[in-house]
Design a protein around this ligand. Sequence first.
Ligand code: NCD
Length: 329
Amino acid sequence: MGLLSRPPSAPVTILGGFPSWLQHVLSVQQFSREDLDNVIFPTAEKMESTVKFSGKSGFLSGKVLTVLFFEPSTRTSSSFVHAIERLGGSSCVINEVKFSSAAKGETLEDTILTMERYSDAIVLRHPEIGSVRRAASVAHKPIINAGDGAGEHPTQALLDLYTIREKLGRIDGQTVTMVGDLKHGRTVHSLARLLTLYHDVKINFVSPDILRMPPEFISQLRGQGVTPVEYDRLDEVIAETNVLYVTRIQKERFENLADYEAVKGSYVVDPKLLATAKPAGQMIVMHPLPRVGEITTEVDSDPRAAYFDQVEYGMYVRMALLALILRGN
Ligand code: NCD
């Protein structure tokens, strides 16, 4: 039966069965290439078809997702809410922690042990590295890492890879240049790790000296057979780049505001820079967003601009993850 003839309430078929590795989503290190290529990405494609042809499905009807955010978010929190609702489930969002018991001194563990009694899974964002793993160690329901401080952001990296695959046709063989705050940027930490699963990927890191990729990540990449090359300037690598992954300088993670002032505005992607880049079809510009001046709005109409597509793909990838996680729980 073709997609167009599928009735609106037709169930979503999950490819690959329920994978036992999907109890929690804590780090990209839990995934193999087969998990991505054979299960998560094909399921996300099915989700995209479901949304485009039917709007929603009842696949997760009756399931409840808690979205617990101790740090600001627009896209990650709302895409999880839309993802569960598009699959017929519902959500409880707590993002104003000042109105919750955390503000009275409740531990993260107790908040998790409480919220899991109401819901089937918890999406957690928290400012401390390792906090989401701590939450998972006490939880009896699946916990999804939506960002643990400057640690990891695994679901973002999954949607980033999905975007590269959709826009450039493949991940193998691409030259990926990550630019900006590589020290504090959890999205680049997760993405760099995940890229090592693919063949012949070249990684360039472009940042000011004080915002370099932490040495433990560099040595881990080397251990996986990928030797990233570090640069100060973007114009040195733009011509060879297939994926330009731009990040925000993370003001809130600086101990000293003068250091932030010294590096803010270090890199700006504009039409002049992109005139020296590869053409559409061979090159894309990505950003996890929010942007605060790193990409000028003139770039938005460039066919290589992929950052708002990332936003949409993020919902399909999160629908896939939720379907895979909640189907068996
Ligand atoms: C990022 C994050 O929160 O790590 N945003 C996102 O989740 N899409 C990037 C950022 O805040 O700069």
